[in-house]
Design a protein around this ligand. Structure first.
Ligand SMILES: [Zn+2]
Length: 232
């Protein structure tokens, strides 16, 4: 299993490369790049959210807790005195950061259902639906958001699988085959649940046709020009 920093840098490098290609073929503007690279890097952290006490999961629950506090303050603002509001904010933070977090830890096993290709598709579709329906991004950018999350995710799975093979003496570690899998075969209930959620998200997601059209109209010649130049 690759460590946190390796995952971080490889995911960032892969998404930078992919974003550069997108800019090169005029699929996106250069100003879109930092956001997509950020999403690709986040995608590269996601598969390990089921590793108890890993850095990504702690960070994720800190962010979720702060989002919960912001929502609670918005809902109860004007209803309670500032002293009570402060108590509500503190309780909300503690419940999400420690209560929901320990529940999540008890329900998930590392390299379980979240460490699979199906989870990559699930998270990609989730971000597509949120970007399109809640943040009201256009179809092209909503789908690119999802695709970059999936890219980082898949790179993470490949990297873990690659690290389970000891290249110097070609000894295959015990963990081989646990990183890159379509589903979690040990927990079929969770796998079926995740598949149902993924199908539901696909149903809710906007059609990718506009992305496909832009993709086909993109100037791939621009991207291929340096290659052709080298071939001559
Ligand atoms: Zn991993």
């Amino acid at each position: 299993m690759a460590n946190f920093n390796t995952h971080l840098s490889i995911a960032a490098a892969a998404s930078t490369g992919a974003a550069l290609i997108c800019v090169n073929v005029h699929l996106i503007a250069i100003t879109d790049m930092p956001w997509l690279v950020f999403l690709g890097t986040v995608g590269g952290m996601l598969p390990d959210i089921d590793a108890n006490n890993s850095r990504p999961v702690k960070l994720l629950f800190n962010v979720l807790a702060l989002m919960g506090v912001a929502t609670a303050l918005q809902v109860f603002e004007g209803t309670y005195s500032s002293y009570r509001l402060l108590s509500i904010a503190a309780v909300t933070y503690l419940v999400i950061r420690y209560g929901v977090f320990s529940l999540f830890n008890n329900l998930t096993v590392h390299r379980g259902v979240f460490h699979s290709v199906m989870a990559a598709v699930f998270f990609a579709l989730l971000i597509i639906c949120v970007s399109y329906h809640f943040v009201h991004w256009d179809v092209l950018h909503a789908w690119l958001n999802g695709l970059f999350i999936a890219l980082g995710f898949i790179v993470h799975l490949f990297l873990d699988e690659f690290c389970s093979v000891n290249l110097s003496n070609v000894r295959v570690k015990k963990s081989f085959g646990t990183a890159m899998k379509l589903f979690s075969y040990n927990n079929m209930t969770a796998s079926v649940l995740l598949t149902i959620c993924t199908l539901a998200l696909y149903w809710i997601a906007p059609s990718p046709i506009p992305l496909v059209n832009v993709w086909e109209a993109s100037d791939w010649d621009d991207y291929l020009t340096p290659v052709r130049f080298l071939q001559q």
